[in-house]
Design a protein around this ligand. Structure first.
Ligand code: ZN
Length: 173
């Protein structure tokens, strides 16, 4: 029997996205770029969750998608994730998009497009690249407004904090 990704109603996809956006928002308070991901198995059960942890773990590979993929592979005892669906709040970067293709993930659903670094359509589409010998279904722009607003707020706050620190430093000088 060939396992395929679970069929998901749009309401279920939105419910996952809302949950991930809430997690990402909490994460943003710790200084990480707020991105969260989940991997669902062929029956829609969560078998992997990941949030960005580059800062916390000093890990250049600490992107939400890779953390979630590793957890899912460990649980399944298989690196091939054809029957899995990965949902993430931001379009995967080229590193993660390449990893998703390599892991043969069946379906990827993402929130905000990333015009500067997106690897599934915005700057390059690695799911359609000649090196991708695996067909991955991709659905982008789910709850795009909410997902990009969260990132926009986070980057604004970070700039303000940075500007505040600079001002405090120049007062000391
Ligand atoms: Zn990434």
């Amino acid at each position: 029997m060939r396992l395929t990704p679970v069929e998901l109603e749009i309401a279920e996809i939105h419910a996952w996205m809302e949950r991930l956006l809430r997690r990402a928002e909490q994460l943003g308070e710790s200084g990480e770029i707020p991105v969260s991901a989940v991997v669902l198995d062929s029956e829609g059960r969560c078998i992997g969750h990941g949030s960005n942890r580059r800062e916390w773990a000093s890990d250049p590979l600490g992107h939400a998608e890779l953390v979630a993929l590793r957890q899912a592979s460990l649980i399944l005892g298989d690196w091939r994730l054809n029957q899995c669906t990965l949902i993430v709040t931001l379009e995967p970067c080229p590193m993660c998009a390449g990893a998703l293709v390599q892991a043969r993930v069946g379906r990827v659903i993402y929130g905000a497009h990333d015009p500067k670094r997106g690897g599934l359509g915005s700057t390059i589409d690695l799911s359609k690249h000649p090196s991708a010998h695996h067909h991955m279904q991709v659905m982008g722009g789910v709850m795009e407004l909410e997902a990009s607003a969260l990132l926009g707020r986070w980057f604004r706050q970070r700039r303000q904090r940075f500007a505040g620190n600079e001002a405090a430093r120049s007062q000391k000088d």
